[in-house]
Ligand binder design. Structure first.
Ligand SMILES: [Zn+2]
Length: 156
């Protein structure tokens, strides 16, 4: 039994607990995972490196291909049943079904990409994945600077 609470593993203080549901919801709202005020994306899908309100470093996020994967999964599960229902009820011409469903799928995908990416980043932050764990940062160095800065002589 842990002394600081049921969900707090040993070695992690109460102040540093990161509620999974709250951080995913804040990510879905495209807000900072810590304070819930700062913007997670100053531009479309461009993650802010540091929150302007609380100073939390968010550049450790590595969502990679997970957001488009989940967006395709969600859009497919929404659009395909709607197409099947419309086909059964209205029997529209094929060109109409194809054009409307493709348009809806594209718009839905664009609308969902930022919230889903925010949720993935929230999941990573809450689970201290990648560089979000302060205990491993000192050992690992600053991967963000190393991975993003061009190596000396790279452009020669
Ligand atoms: Zn913040």
């Amino acid at each position: 039994m842990w002394s600081t609470g049921e969900m707090t593993p040993p070695g992690i203080s109460v102040e540093s607990t990161r509620p999974l549901g709250q951080s995913i919801l804040r990510g879905l709202r495209c807000r900072c995972l810590v304070c819930g005020v700062g913007k997670l994306f100053p531009r479309f899908l461009k993650l802010t490196p540091v929150c302007r309100y609380c100073g939390e470093e968010l550049h450790h996020a590595r969502p990679d291909d997970a957001p488009p994967y989940f967006v395709i999964l969600i859009v497919g599960h929404v659009v395909v049943p709607l197409v099947l229902i419309a086909e059964e009820v209205f029997s529209p011409p094929s060109w109409l079904t194809a054009s409307v469903s493709a348009t809806v799928a594209c718009l839905l995908a664009v609308a969902l990409l930022s919230p889903v990416k925010g949720a993935i980043v929230g999941l990573q932050w809450a689970n201290r994945m990648h560089g979000f764990d302060p205990r491993t940062r000192a050992d690992a160095g600053d991967d963000w600077e190393r991975n993003r800065a061009p190596a000396a002589g790279h452009w020669r």
